[in-house]
Ligand binder design. Sequence first.
Ligand code: NAD
Ligand code: DAO
Ligand code: ZN
Ligand code: ZN
Length: 368
Amino acid sequence: MKTRAAVAFGAGKPLEICEVDLEGPRQGEVLVEMKATGVCHTDAFTLSGDDPEGAFPTILGHEGAGVVLEVGEGVRSLQPGDHVIPLYTPECRECDYCLHPRTNLCQAIRETQGQGVMPDGTSRFSLDGKPLRHYMGCSTFANHSVLPAIALAKVRKDAPFDKICYIGCGVTTGIGAVAFTMGVEAGATVAVFGLGGIGLNVVQGARMVGASRIIGVDMNPAKEALGRQFGMTDFVNPRDVDDVVQHLIAMTGGGVDYSFECIGNVQVMRQALECAHKGWGQSCIIGVAGAGQEISTRPFQLVTGRSWRGTAFGGARGRTDVPKIVDWYMEGRINIDDLITHTMPLDDINRAFDLMHAGESIRSVIHY
Ligand code: NAD
Ligand code: DAO
Ligand code: ZN
Ligand code: ZN
């Protein structure tokens, strides 16, 4: 079939809207009509050329929601008409990783997904007879996409596509980091570095689990109001204090129980670790740093009881946890609507990247 897609032909180049060819689903695969997709920082990271796994030409996008149109041979978990959210972290429920209680990093299709192809090593997308790569196993910047069935979460049919697409990455990453990866408990103190599309979801996750104090740290003073709306109790602009680590330690009488880095800045990752309380404080890296960058601290920080951890997709097991997060949204337990600051048709997708780079959007959503 033919479908419309925003194609990334090379690093740093604007996306081009093209009519591309899409083959139907093979064994274990599913054809999805995408209804909406968010534009995430990670799409911009790959488009910039800084992503070591990034390869072109490709169809980016990994934060979608849509409807199943057709299932390939052997697919039993889904049927036409089901509403789904694509999962860049799949859940096969059979591999060593899925069977291990402490990780969500299913490895069933990891190698081929990283190469931008389907599990059989080929692409379903092509243009003028030449293959286009899939992206993160999702390629949600296409009106139709083919995905492995293990990379689709079935969700309730009354949830709006143009909101729940954000659960495909940003919402789940932020809330899951708090609830699944770190297991933040009621009454805990939390510091959130970076109040963007991820950090604000960490803030609302911390509020949801009953954190007693949620301190947001951002260089942009405009982030304070939105942070407070989502549950932040204190705001610190690092530009207004001499030493942000000492400031946070003084504010909290020794440091926070949990800190989260939601920027991708290795210096801030160090600050986040070092503002965690001696003896028990834990710090979680969410931000993705540029290729080749390294983190550092004095080992004594860990010797004296701080832990340094990290999370991908908030530790969520997608097929199991994503439908629950959709329920949380539909029950009004989490707010997604106020984080979607811009919506636009696929033709305007490059504007979504411009808004992100200018710091003017929290999340832009493309509707098909
Ligand atoms: P964003 O640009 O929307 O937000 C970053 C925020 O950090 C901005 O508000 C900015 O003002 C602030 N900031 C920048 N430098 C700062 C500094 N030195 N001190 C304090 N604040 C500072 O980004 P986002 O969409 O929220 O994404 C954050 C990171 O999370 C990115 O690196 C993204 O790739 C990553 N990410 C990780 C996962 C995962 O599974 N681990 C998933 C999605 C995104
Ligand atoms: O299993 O080795 C692996 C890789 C899993 C990739 C997880 C990526 C998470 C961070 C990237 C940002 C997501 C948009
Ligand atoms: Zn993302
Ligand atoms: Zn698995």
